[in-house]
Design a protein around this ligand. Structure first.
Ligand code: ARG
Length: 478
């Protein structure tokens, strides 16, 4: 059974049939297709197209079909061209000719767009939850790197989770912050973890914002021109959980903006995850040695016995490229299509499903791998050298009234003098400082405490301990 064929004298060529069929992809929308049909049956019943008996029979039949999908008992037939055909074919097996009335006034064009939107509305909260789990892992790590109050009596004596709590009771964990991948200024490790939190928060917000453009009902648009009978589309939308109905049938059957936008949101998120992954890859290398992955999230080499590879993070980085390809692919498909529905649009689902699967595969693994990562506070601390406080040295002069431009040049001279003398900046004697500028006094050496430097950056969003605590408070809605 196909949903067409009356005007054809020959059956479709087998290879053409295989090319045309979309069941392998669109069977993922089975439940949505059945739900859309149940709502459609109610709508056309209300419009006087179905008798009470026909409506009851169709509803009951569709309910059975839904149960068969839910339990995995549904059996597809080789002739099922797509999910819509499969559902209608099964319905007619269950209830007989009355099934043939279900498609009245409806086209697969408005049907598929409806199914797809319903599917996405379902997927978005699942992806958001996966993001929120990873965000929670980032916040936990940020907190673990801050000094915490002495443990509760009940917690005393319990081993701390691997590598966590290294911030301990006293000082926060500090690390070099980089620009151009060159050591720049000291920062709190917690500030670094949270920088990734905020990027992911924007992704979650974007998913939320996208929802209102997904939640527009195309059903009732027919093939392209609308439905030929009095249909209460508002009620139909409500029954399916859509916020509004589409306002132009030509646009409704061809609009795939929501799919492209979804792929952009997924791609942007994948880029964020890739940037995080790249830093973990770098920081777990022997050259940095800031982190060590737990064995459960590292892989070995078949040749080199010593290797411990961050494959999970490399794959996250790699999949961002694939993800961007999905977005680019759909945008290219959409470009230049004549209005309204074109079969090209069948290419919309595979990338959206693939993007969803990719994120749902990456996000939980990233979260678990980050929760079990070992932080090496000593390595981070030792990577901070006093030249990273050169800005603070300039700021010190500024506080004493030197214009910043001049202060910058004087601090630069100190960096050079230390370099030439092969000593650290804090090892230069006061006379050497005063030879550069008489403004330098004995208190200059305080400038080289990295935690001082960090805590001075106390503006909203800065790296100071107070500011990082404020970020966490804000995240937790306190
Ligand atoms: N499989 C099609 C798709 O995914 C369903 C709509 C087909 N419409 C049609 N007139 N052939 O887009």
């Amino acid at each position: 059974m196909t949903l067409w064929g009356g005007r054809f004298s020959q059956k479709l060529d087998d290879l053409a049939w295989a090319l045309n069929a979309s069941l392998p992809v669109d069977q993922r929308m089975a439940i949505q297709d059945v739900e859309g049909s149940i709502a459609w049956a109610a709508a056309i019943h209300k419009a006087g197209i179905l008798t009470d008996e026909e409506h009851a029979s169709i509803s009951l039949g569709l309910d059975t079909v839904r149960k068969e999908f839910a339990s995995g008992e549904f059996i597809f037939q080789p002739a099922d061209e797509d999910i819509h055909t499969a559902v209608e074919r099964r319905l007619s097996e269950l209830i007989g000719p009355a099934a043939g009335k279900l498609h009245t006034g409806r086209s697969r064009n408005d049907q598929v767009a409806t199914d797809f939107r319903l599917w996405m509305l379902n997927a978005i909260p699942e992806i958001q939850a996966a993001f929120e789990n990873l965000q929670a892992a980032l916040v936990e790590q940020a907190e673990a790197g801050l000094p915490h109050p002495s443990p509760l009596p009940s917690e005393r004596g319990l081993p701390s989770p691997s590598g966590r709590g290294a911030g301990g009771e006293g000082e926060p964990i500090i690390m070099p912050g980089y620009t151009h991948l060159q050591r720049a200024q000291p920062i709190l490790l917690g500030h670094w973890w949270l920088s990734h939190y905020w990027a992911l928060k924007r992704d979650v917000d974007r998913l939320q914002d996208l929802t209102k453009r997904v939640s527009v009902l195309p059903l009732g648009s027919g093939a392209l021109a609308g439905a030929p009978f009095a249909l209460d589309r508002e009620a139909l939308a409500k029954s399916l959980g859509f916020d509004e109905v589409s306002q132009n049938s030509l646009d409704a059957v061809s609009d795939r903006d929501f799919a492209a936008e979804y792929l952009f949101v997924c791609s942007m998120a994948a880029v964020h995850l890739s940037k995080l992954a790249e830093q973990v890859v770098l920081y777990t290398s022997a050259e940095f040695g800031f982190f060590e992955l737990s064995d459960a999230f590292s892989t070995g080499s078949s040749l080199m016995p010593q290797k411990k590879n961050p494959d999970v993070f490399e794959l996250t980085r790699g999949k961002a490229g694939t993800m961007i390809g999905l977005l680019t692919g759909l945008m290219s498909t959409l470009k230049g299509l004549p209005s309204t529905y074109d079969k090209d649009l069948q290419e919309d689902k595979a990338p959206v499903f693939a993007a969803t699967d990719t994120l749902l595969a990456i996000l939980p693994v990233m979260a678990a791998a980050l929760r079990t990562i070992t932080v090496k506070p000593e390595r981070m601390r030792n990577a901070i050298d006093s030249t990273m406080m050169a800005t603070d040295l300039a700021d010190y002069l500024v506080e004493k009234g030197v214009p910043f431009r001049e202060a910058h040049a004087l601090a630069g001279k100190v960096v050079r003098a230390a370099g030439e003398g092969k000593v650290r900046m804090e090892e230069l004697p006061l006379e050497a400082y005063q030879a550069i500028s008489p403004v330098f006094e004995a208190d200059v050496y305080q400038v080289f405490d990295p935690l001082e430097s960090i805590n001075k950056r106390n503006t909203v969003g800065g790296t100071s301990l107070q500011s990082v605590k404020n970020q966490i408070r804000k995240i937790k809605g306190e």
